[in-house]
Design a protein around this ligand. Structure first.
Ligand code: C2E
Ligand code: MG
Ligand code: MG
Length: 282
């Protein structure tokens, strides 16, 4: 009810100010080399009583109640700081951060992003902002010019949840999109539905023709991975490789395995850290 909602909003604002938002990182795997290309930053709320809360319980509310600016600022700050630490350790990873529609209509967003890139000496091309179609259908011209500015800064743009909206193909033609992420619903359905498999194969081929990068999301099984490999899918992300992990967990995961070592496909899919984050979130 609305009383609970109001209380939650107040609590969330307070939580951001107290630094209770934490960021976990999920690897994105280059299927050509079986190495980690980069990570996606995913926010969680480390609640003092309720434990770790996933974004589905608070991101939409933050978006509707004007708390998104603070949420995005907190995630970007943590993600870029962590990214800088990894770059300094010689870990060459891209960093993907989810941004929302209100970030794009917020005139201060680009300015703050520019400051952050300078502060953390982030090579702009290693940052990917993941946007969904909801960003693109909000205030067309303003968003358009923000996307152009980002692209001018050299920041990469990734179209998240691709295939779930209305007319994504025209966006590919008109907007400076560097990458599309095939939504997990396609990856799950393609195993049993021939038409979905054909769509996934076609999206991958289309992206290649357009010179746009493509990632498949939500890979959970070796069978899904094999089918994607047969479609020449270049990059994949999902629980099969790793759950989103805290920074130290991700480092252990990286050091345990594939970069310069054995191929990912031969590794156990659930490590101790992954198991821990699974029980924490659900
Ligand atoms: P998304 O950006 O599409 O992120 C992918 C979601 O799928 C993540 O859920 C991830 O944990 C989950 N996932 C990854 N691989 C698998 C898999 O193999 N199987 C299944 N079942 N799920 C998988 P998460 O972390 O709960 O995030 C949910 C959504 O919340 C995100 O979807 C994104 O839209 C939003 N979100 C997360 N962090 C942020 C943030 O910092 N800012 C904003 N604005 N939105 C965020
Ligand atoms: Mg995303
Ligand atoms: Mg997605």
């Amino acid at each position: 009810n609305s009383r609970e909602r109001l209380a939650l909003v107040a609590e969330l604002k307070d939580a951001i100010a107290r630094g209770q938002l934490v960021v976990h990182y999920q690897p994105q795997v280059d299927l050509g080399t079986d190495t980690i290309r980069g990570v996606e930053a995913l926010v969680r709320w480390q609640h003092p009583e309720r434990g770790l809360i996933g974004p589905d319980s608070f991101v939409a509310i933050a978006e509707q109640t004007g708390v998104m600016r603070e949420l995005t600022a907190s995630v970007l700050e943590q993600a870029l700081r962590q990214h800088r630490a990894w770059l300094d350790e010689g870990r060459e990873l891209t960093m993907a951060v989810n941004v929302s529609a209100t970030d794009f209509v917020d005139t201060g967003f680009l300015l703050r992003l520019r400051e952050l890139l300078e502060r953390w000496r982030t090579p702009p091309g290693t940052l990917r902002l993941e946007i969904t179609e909801s960003v693109l259908i909000t205030e067309g011209s303003r968003v358009r010019s923000a996307l152009d500015s980002l692209s001018g800064m050299g920041v990469h743009l990734s179209l998240d949840d691709f295939g779930t909206g209305y007319s994504p193909l025209s966006y590919l033609r008109e907007l400076p999109v560097d990458e599309i992420k095939i939504d997990c619903s396609f990856v799950w359905a393609m195993m049993t539905d021939k038409d979905t498999a054909a769509i996934v194969a076609a999206i991958i081929a289309l992206a290649r023709r357009l010179g746009v990068e493509v990632i498949a999301e939500g890979i959970e099984t070796p069978e899904q991975l094999e089918l994607l490999r047969s479609f020449h899918c270049p990059v994949a992300q999902g629980y099969y490789f790793s759950r989103p992990l805290p920074a130290e967990g991700l480092e252990q995961w990286l050091d345990a395995g594939p970069v310069g070592g054995s191929p990912i496909v031969g590794r156990p899919t659930v490590t101790r850290q992954q198991h821990r984050s699974r029980t924490e979130i659900q």
